[in-house]
Design a protein around this ligand. Structure first.
Ligand SMILES: Cc1cc2nc3c(=O)[nH]c(=O)nc-3n(C[C@H](O)[C@H](O)[C@H](O)COP(=O)(O)O)c2cc1C
Length: 187
């Protein structure tokens, strides 16, 4: 079974970016990929603030990351960048934690004006963590996403189509990478 890790970077609940990850997880499970979602909200705030690399609470996220073939990382835009709490979490990961993984960034913002925030702020951090295969970002504005009372999400047609397209691309990339790895092991 191919494993995917989805990292939710919003400190809020309910959360549009979390709802996007749930949508993605459901989509991927229909394609035979198992997705675990972790949220920065669920990590002890003190461990994040004090930079406790050895926090026991990080063991499970690190293990899930290590076995994941692909990573979806979602963040709301805060002050023209990704959230501070997401950075606090990324800072605690091993140096090249994203090496060899396909990465899909998702972001939401109140305004389209910060469309490029992921490109100039988040992507360099993902690259520093070893991420080389980073797919095009899906950026949605708040009015394109309605989070419903039951936690489900209603997406505007255009953003839903773009999300499905990039998720299909993600599945293909993850599957071809796995085939390449198996081939390398066999030879
Ligand atoms: C502290 C804070 C700062 C924000 N800064 C921006 C910003 O700079 N640009 C923007 O487009 N939206 C900004 N927003 C709006 C959020 O990015 C937007 O509502 C997002 O969809 C929230 O995602 P979430 O529901 O997953 O937390 C900000 C929201 C908060 C709470």
């Amino acid at each position: 079974m191919t494993h995917i890790l989805a990292i939710a970077g919003s400190p809020s609940h309910p959360s549009r970016t979390y709802a996007l990850l749930e949508y993605a997880a459901k989509f991927l499970s229909q394609q035979g990929l198992q997705t675990d979602i972790i949220s920065v909200r669920d990590l002890p705030a003190e461990d994040l603030v004090f930079g406790r690399y050895d926090s026991p609470a990080l063991e499970q996220p690190k293990a899930l990351l290590a076995k994941a073939s692909g990573v979806i990382i979602s963040t709301p835009i805060y002050k023209a960048a990704y959230t501070g709490v997401l950075k606090a979490f990324l800072d605690l990961l091993p140096q090249k934690a994203l090496t060899g993984k396909v990465i899909l960034p998702l972001a939401t913002g109140g305004t389209i004006a910060h469309l490029l925030s992921v490109e100039y702020a988040l992507k360099p951090v993902l690259a520093e963590l070893g991420g080389r295969h980073i797919l095009s970002t899906i950026y949605a504005v708040d009015k394109q996403i309605q989070v419903q009372a039951d936690g489900g999400v209603q997406l505007d047609e255009e953003i839903e189509q773009r999300l499905k397209d990039v998720l299909n691309e993600f599945v293909q990339a993850v599957n071809s990478q796995n085939v390449a790895k198996e081939f390398a092991h066999a030879s």
